[in-house]
Design a protein around this ligand. Sequence first.
Ligand code: SFD
Ligand code: AMP
Length: 627
Amino acid sequence: MANWETVVVETDLLICGGGFSACGAATEASYWAKKKGLKVTLVDKAAVDRSGAVAMGLSAINQYVGVKDGENTLEDYVRYVRQDLMGVSREDLVYNIARHVDSTVHLFEKWGLKIWKDEQGKYVHEGRWQLMINGESYKIIIAEAAKNAIADAGGEIIERVFIVDPLLDGNRVVGAVGFSTREDKFYVFKAKAVIAGMGGAVHVFRPRSVGEGFGRSWYPPFNSGSSAYFTIKAGAEMTCQEVRFIPVRFKDAYGPVGAWFLLFKSRAVSAEGGDYMTTHKEVLQNYAPYGLVKPIPANLRNYLGMIDVDAGLGPLYMETAEAIQNIAAQYKDDPKAFKKKMKELESEAWEDFLDMTISQAILWASQNVKPEEKHSEIAACEPYFIGSHSGASGAWVSGPEDLPTPYKWGYANMTTVEGLFAVGDGSGASSHKFSSGSHAEGRIAGKQAVKFIVEKGQAPKLDMAEVEKLKERILKPLDLWNKHKDETTDPEINTNYVVPRQYLHRLQKLMDEYAGGVVSAFKTSKALLERGLELMALLKEDSDKMAARNHHELMRVWENIQRTWQAEAHIRTLLFREETRWPGYYFRADTPKMDDKNWLCFANCQWNRQSGEWKMMKKDIWALPGA
Ligand code: SFD
Ligand code: AMP
């Protein structure tokens, strides 16, 4: 076995991940931990300042309820999420996040984030729930607050350590193992409670960007399903594993569309079919009541565009020029004011990308796009797993203490495994939390995890023989490489191993063709999924044969294995739910209709740590009283 040092870190609370939810958890937990003399340790595979989905920055805060100004009620937000997720959401969790999110946003502002204000000093809204920000440094600001809080409480931040597996004592989490991506060090974390905040997953499906563009995606390439893998492997019940997210984005560089639709009030059209939201309006009747209320759910908006694409009426376009002209038109009688407004809109259009998807600005520049003169192509992306946005996959977590929710087994945001909490993209069925809501959810879980430690914390009992086995398995790819690399002239072609990229292509091909990726126009069926599972079993056998030539590739190996578990949970749940509830995200060709009678419920799954079997379950939906 590779001769790596084992570093043991003892802590009370372990926070896995350093993104928005983890920073929220660290900020809040440190405050309470300091009072109780407890230690908080945060571990990120990258550098917290620029890690996760918000690495490049964002141009909007997508969840702000505005309770203090009487703009909306918490129940309004619960209804919005219920509607957008076609009736399937954990209303207790959505409510809990909504009631904490405004104060989180106010903290962001206090920490230095620039939120746009109008002449009256009120926040500038992009849409009903969204606020415009100067967000290039969004992540750094939020990271700084988390780092300060941890330092103040005497905690620790460990960067560039990739968390792989949870450690368990029966049904109680007692820590985690991981490895340094820079040094020959294997880490063992002993903890009384653990928060999984390692984001969602990308590159489970073959991306549109292949060849020279490989790696480019809407969702950040850094998140590879670590939260899902961690909670599944711990034996936690999972939910909404079928609810992937497919955003529509500016084509090929994945620039966001929210500002165009909401702030600029732009239309999207297909080249031959016109405004698909109008021409296919009657289709929405099939998805009543969700299809009939504004805003129309994200998946249905996708679906109406896909109808034209399937009919060969594409490409789809965002009518940027028309939208800009429409806004500037109010100044048409004053040429100077008109020119000034046009300049302002033009710079806002570019800034929207420069704040969060710089490559889209580069692509526009390289293709000579002037948004004020010419429309721009948009397309549905490959599927991602991001339960904090408009997908819903994640762990099934306990609801808040004070609500009469039936889903409650102790501490808010705790999974079905004692002491293991999940947040952000790691917790399911509580979509539309975005950056601000994920941070708020992290704060909720951080406080609850400290409470758990105070009330139920136990010295973690670790089976060191088990840990040693894990170390051997986790470092095996390095051994495989060293043992066999000289056997062939091209070290990437070898009968004893596959390199991570080869394995990744195989996983992506499988998912794309059998589980409804871009190549299959997001369509799948029972037969395809069953065949996909057969191939998945063979792929999993070969996951043991991945080789790594260095630290970086070792991380690639484990990212791939984690993606594979996310993929399997996805296929199994697509198979279980015999209806098409989210057309536009995926279509079950053999059960093409929405079936409220049988399937207005959560589809949950759980992997059994002893038997290795998966169990599939239906869970009832609970509606928040008054919403
Ligand atoms: O609109 C390990 N999101 C947007 N939210 C907004 O509020 N406004 C926007 O403008 C947003 N836009 C947007 C958004 C997302 C993306 C991808 C784009 C654009 C291109 C959503 C938010 O970003 C999202 O909701 C939150 O970031 C979710 O928070 P969280 O904590 O669940 O995930 P994270 O921030 O990505 O952090 C993950 C962390 O885990 C680390 N990590 N650490 C240790 N071991 C491992 N094995 C690990 N694996 C991962 C990561 O390094 C990171 O620290 S809009 O355009 O859609
Ligand atoms: P996006 O850039 O697509 O991630 O969107 C940013 C925010 O705007 C999210 O809260 C979306 O749910 C919302 N959004 C985007 N497009 C629309 C639309 N056409 N109608 C209503 N809400 C939208």
